[in-house]
Design a protein around this ligand. Structure first.
Ligand SMILES: NC(=O)c1ccc[n+]([C@@H]2O[C@H](COP(=O)([O-])OP(=O)(O)OC[C@H]3O[C@@H](n4cnc5c(N)ncnc54)[C@H](O)[C@@H]3O)[C@@H](O)[C@H]2O)c1
Length: 342
């Protein structure tokens, strides 16, 4: 399969590493693109492929089977739709969209195309999450009654000042909710396995008022259609980075995923799973080491023409919900998801 990549910045290294790890199969990286010529040239040189400065020219010349999109948030829908129009499969970095209209456009484009979409919610492939998902679905501890999630990370001026798109409503399209904590948000909903009825939330900027337009902190209250509920707190204003926590309360015990560890809590916390670190880890610790697993699984689905489970529709759920938090924070209202998504 011919692979291309657009956006040769930080996260592209995880994708290029995965492509190189999977090269032994039938995988060939033929080209990369970036609007900053030096970045495209450097990535092309390091990976022995052609460089483009215009991704449309790359798609039209190279006619790849799969393109990886690793650009800033505001470009994701536009680029994925261009690829899908050409029936090219897409590995799309999160978030898969930044507005309700964009999400609809992407979902429709995937439905109409012969190409598939894989959105990088790679943490669903973490061994701890796979273990917790199987345990919760087995109903060993009974039905899910409620959930909570907590993300406390530190992002300072240097992080936001490193790239122009960060910290802006126009290009990052949000702060901690849409960029960092979206993974934990997605994992909570994935492990919980329920349908969201309403979302109410509040966003604030505690720490970086002079540096960013967007929120560094959010608190959210979800209700589900079965009457149960979840709470979620996320911040980039903490003094240090801690492992995110997703806790699912079942009838007979609580299952807590804290980074790479899974705890069972009934009378006291007991470690029931601990994930070993893996050898192909590239990039920051918070990114985890599961990009390769997701990409390998997606390539298998493309080869076999089988559906991939984190497609545009599935990955849109967390984005619709965080857009509902922004709306709720602005209006002071509770957002009913079935009205918000239609
Ligand atoms: N899944 C994860 O855990 C994870 C981790 C980090 C980043 N990300 C996501 O990856 C994406 C990129 O983040 P990053 O940290 O690598 O950003 P970055 O700024 O380091 O890299 C983005 C690259 O895109 C290029 N670019 C911008 N506009 C372009 C265009 N029109 N055509 C071609 N190239 C263009 C930039 O020049 C830059 O090289 C974001 O969506 C981010 O949320 C995901």
């Amino acid at each position: 399969m011919k692979i291309n990549l657009v956006g040769c910045g930080g996260i592209s290294k995880c994708h290029l590493n995965a492509i190189n790890v999977l090269k032994d199969k039938d995988i060939e990286l033929t080209a990369v693109a970036d609007i900053v010529p030096e970045r495209a040239d450097r990535a092309a040189q390091d990976n022995n492929c052609r460089a483009y400065y215009d991704y449309i020219e790359m798609l039209d010349n190279e006619k790849p089977d799969v393109v990886h999109i690793c650009t800033p948030h505001y470009l994701h829908v536009e680029m994925a739709v261009e690829a899908l129009k050409r029936n090219i499969n897409v590995v799309l970095e999160k978030p898969c969209g930044t507005s309700a209209d964009g999400l609809k456009q992407l979902i429709k484009a995937e439905e109409k195309s012969n190409g598939k979409v894989a959105v990088c919610f790679q943490n669903r492939y973490n061994s701890s999450v796979v273990f917790a998902k199987e345990l919760i679905e087995s109903k060993k501890y009974g039905d899910v009654k409620s959930a909570r999630a907590v993300v406390t990370w530190r992002r300072d001026e240097d992080y936001y000042n490193a790239d122009e798109w960060r910290g802006t409503w126009a290009q990052e399209c949000g702060g901690v909710l849409i960029n960092q904590a979206i993974h934990t948000h997605d994992l909570m909903q994935y492990l919980c396995g329920k349908t969201t009825d309403t979302v109410e939330g509040h966003i604030s900027n505690f720490h970086l008022k002079e540096t960013i337009e967007v929120e560094d902190t959010a608190s959210v209250y979800f209700t589900y259609t079965d009457g149960s509920r979840a709470v979620y707190f996320a911040t980039n204003a903490a003094g240090s980075n801690s492992d995110p926590i997703v806790e699912i309360t079942c009838e007979k015990a609580v299952v807590r995923v804290e980074g790479s560890t899974v705890y069972k809590i009934d009378n006291g916390a007991q470690v029931i799973f601990s994930q070993k670190s893996e050898s192909d880890f590239v990039g920051k610790k918070e990114w985890g080491d599961s990009h390769t697993h997701l990409i390998s699984d997606f390539y298998d689905c493309v080869r076999a023409d089988k559906p991939f489970f984190i497609n545009a529709k599935e990955a849109s759920r967390a984005v619709y919900e965080l857009l509902a938090v922004y709306e709720s924070s602005k209006s002071g209202k509770t957002i009913v998801m079935k009205d918000f998504v239609k």
